[in-house]
Design a protein around this ligand. Structure first.
Ligand SMILES: [Fe+2]
Length: 316
């Protein structure tokens, strides 16, 4: 009995050690992405999609974030786009800000806010406690609206110092050669802060490339034909900790309520890329869901039909 207990303890320690390691084992993905309507002048545009840095969180996010910054410098993207949860705790963020400030992309660096940027991470705990307490039970851990707004404003100011432009339910126009890109971003959808109608009203549909940033991937379901050819999202961390499953591959233990897993999704009105993100939240562990950053190289979709994207990545 004692031997079985010691063996179980040893196995648990080994799995935990591996999960700590995996949380820092950044995958640098490259994906050639055919998009309908993309003009030849924008063919080859390189977008670095990063998400969920969770800077300042206790644990080992520092290591993954530093690896992300090294990868971003080596990949020489035209645009660097972040899909939320940039900051977890707003204390001593100077090292992260210096890393972000040093990132270079001729088209610019842009971000949207996630639930953690608003201080809404407490609602994650609320959901978790609610689930533990039983179905239908809500355990109140309220985040006052004023506190959430203040946290978001602080995050925005910090990002601005690092040269990252925050998109809060708005669009910007970026010139790329003789073509124009419309880049729009919505605020946190899950907690009712997104205003997609305002973004739609502002959107210049004449622009040959229109991209939407959203922390929550559920935004992909709200996009209508003619709005955006590409949606970038994060939030789900690819489940962060997943269990292997014989037929489904893996079962995510968190964010299992989301309609979308990580990777590429061809939806009726758009194409969406969902990142597993760089950092972790709540626990500094990952299993079967390595942190990632992805370089998307856009190419026009052929008139005869879409071409499946190609994957491939490097290990850091
Ligand atoms: Fe996150």
């Amino acid at each position: 009995m004692a031997r079985a207990f010691r063996l179980s303890l040893g196995a648990a320690a080994a799995v935990s050690a591996y999960m700590l390691f995996e949380a820092q084992w950044l995958r640098v993905g490259r994906r050639r992405l055919p998009l309908p309507g993309l003009p030849p002048s924008l063919s080859g545009l390189k977008i670095l999609h990063a998400s969920d840095l969770h800077a300042g969180a206790p644990g080992f996010n520092d290591s993954a974030i530093r690896k992300f910054a090294a990868a971003a410098a080596a990949l020489e993207p035209h645009l660097i786009l972040f899909t939320g949860d940039m900051v977890d705790k707003q204390h001593d963020l100077r090292p992260y800000l210096e890393l972000l400030e040093r990132l270079r992309a001729p088209g610019g660096k842009f971000a949207v806010l996630g639930n953690h940027d608003h201080g809404l991470w407490k609602t994650v705990i609320q959901d978790l406690l609610g689930r533990l307490a039983g179905r239908g039970t809500r355990v109140q851990v309220a985040v006052p609206a004023a506190e959430a707004a203040m946290t978001a404003a602080t995050t925005g100011r910090l990002l601005a110092r690092a040269g990252v432009r925050l998109l809060e339910n708005e669009c910007v126009s970026i010139d790329f050669g003789d073509a124009r890109i419309q880049l729009c971003g919505i605020d946190e959808l899950q907690y009712g802060l997104a205003d997609l109608d305002r973004v739609r009203a502002e959107l210049d549909r004449e622009a040959p490339l229109r991209i939407l940033l959203s922390h929550s991937p559920e935004a992909g379901l709200l996009v209508e034909a003619g709005d955006f050819q590409l949606v970038l999202a994060g939030h789900t961390h690819g489940g962060q900790i997943c269990l292997p499953h014989p037929s489904r591959g893996k079962i995510p233990l968190s964010y299992s309520g989301s309609s979308f897993g990580d990777g590429l999704h061809r939806l009726p009105a758009t194409t969406m890329h969902v990142s597993r993100g760089v950092g972790t939240t709540l626990v500094p562990l990952r299993l079967l869901s390595r942190p990632e950053v992805t370089l998307l190289e856009l190419v026009p979709a052929t008139a005869g039909g879409d071409t499946p994207p190609t994957g491939g990545g490097a290990e850091i």
